[in-house]
Design a protein around this ligand. Structure first.
Ligand SMILES: Cc1ncc(COP(=O)(O)O)c(C=O)c1O
Length: 411
């Protein structure tokens, strides 16, 4: 239906449309549905008591400061804490390398604001994180894609994509959203070298890196880049912009994340952030600093790993038991998601319709492919539901897939 507002909206809003899949997913909000669709952390591991105590301490000790406006760059003690945390992973930065943002989603948006002119190409993995596509499409981004396999971005195809002159490369090296796949060490190295050779910066989005349930930690790309260019240890000034967040290790509702970048990039991001929200909530920054400063996060992350690792295993085990032959899926070493591939002749959106009738939901994979494809793929979240619910939900999904295959359910 036409409204008087239609011609008033800016052109960029034309690329913000809602999708058929999003409409379908609204149905999954019914309370009796087991949903693997969202990217939600488990509410049962939110550290409510620690946060309550930290809030009280902040109000008692520095309430007047915590309720006031703050600097755009972020609360200095929190940035220093992030500095120390980054140093543990070998990334030596100074406070002027760090900007606190209102979630990594804001960092993605601000990067779009400072880097993307309409028509600029962004090099992304295919599939990639939908939230980044949403943020950057509004700035007129076009996408050049590099396919993924079980070792992450297929770097053998990278050079060809780099020849199209992308503005930057967006990569999710650890337990990627949506596939759950981890970029291998060799490919990380190759990515760093090729990006340097072609003079294209890398945006490394790493919300899940600490949530590893098996295997060895791999060095972040930001560190490999530093080693590659033999940069001095004094302050980070390399080719990689690194993003991480408190959303998956503490709480997504507090909307707190950080960017590590060369100071010149941070200064530009600060200007962009001023126009967006002046600064991230002062109270939340100080509260999180209070929660984190005594080493609580390490203990808490261990708990999250135990809980999510068990849920991942429950999902993988149930898929083995209930999914028909011909369906394949990834085995994520960490993170929140795994990725399923249905037989070529099945559409994941069609399977979702039967799944919703069976009271279970997932996200069809197609929207994660910026240049098309993936009609038979699906993303499943394993962090939010309990193991029992996961087993029940996967058994219902198995039925929905058998139904679409036109085959009787195997017992
Ligand atoms: C890859 C990736 N980047 C960014 C975000 C946004 O995180 P935040 O809650 O910090 O905004 C998410 C959230 O799921 C994500 O998966």
């Amino acid at each position: 239906m036409q409204t008087p507002w239609d011609h008033r909206f800016a052109q960029r809003t034309q690329r913000m449309g809602s999708s058929v899949i999003r409409e379908l997913l609204k149905l999954t909000e019914q309370p009796d549905i087991i949903s693997f669709a969202g990217g939600l952390p488990a509410p049962d591991v939110f550290p409510i008591e620690e946060i309550r105590e930290a809030c009280n301490r902040v109000l008692d000790n520095i309430g007047q400061y915590a309720l006031q406006y703050g600097t755009t760059e972020g609360y200095l003690p929190l940035r220093e804490l992030i500095m120390r945390h980054s140093a543990r992973y070998g990334i030596n930065v100074k406070p002027d390398n760090i900007l606190i943002t209102s979630g990594s989603q804001q960092a993605l948006d601000l990067l779009g604001k400072i880097l993307i002119n309409p028509g600029d190409r962004i090099l992304v993995e295919s599939p990639t994180y939908l939230g980044a596509l949403q943020a950057w499409s509004a700035y007129g981004a076009e996408y050049v894609t590099v396919p993924m396999d079980e070792f992450g971005m297929v770097t053998d195809n990278l050079e060809e994509a780099l020849r199209s002159g992308p503005k930057f490369i967006y990569v999710l090296p650890n337990f990627q959203n949506p596939t759950g796949v981890t970029l291998s060490a060799d490919r990380r190295q190759k990515l760093v070298e090729l990006a340097d050779r072609y003079g294209v910066p890398i945006v490394e989005d790493d919300p899940y890196g600490q949530l590893r349930y098996e295997g060895e930690h791999l060095p972040p790309i930001v560190l490999m880049d530093k080693e590659y260019r033999e940069a001095s240890d004094s302050a980070y000034a390399g080719n990689v912009i690194y993003l991480s967040t408190f959303s998956k290790i503490l709480s997504p509702g507090i909307r707190l994340a950080w960017v590590v970048a060369p100071p010149i990039v941070i200064r530009k991001l600060v200007q962009a952030k001023q126009g967006a929200d002046l600064h991230t909530s002062t109270f939340n920054q100080i509260m999180v600093y209070e929660v984190a400063k005594g080493g609580f996060l390490d203990k808490h992350i261990k708990l999250i790993r135990d809980v999510y690792g068990e849920r991942r295993d429950a999902m993988l085990g149930a898929m083995d038991a209930y999914f028909p032959p011909g369906v394949e899926w990834t085995h994520p070493e960490g993170g929140l998601f795994l990725w399923g591939v249905l037989p070529e002749n099945l559409s994941a959106a069609e399977v979702l319709k039967s799944a919703i009738e069976q009271k279970v939901a997932f996200v069809p994979g197609e929207p994660f492919y910026p240049t098309g494809g993936g009609h038979n793929t699906m993303r499943l979240n394993f962090s939010n539901a309990t193991p029992d619910k996961i087993r029940e939900g996967i058994s219902r999904m198995g039925k929905a897939i058998y139904e679409k295959l036109g085959e009787p359910v195997a017992l």
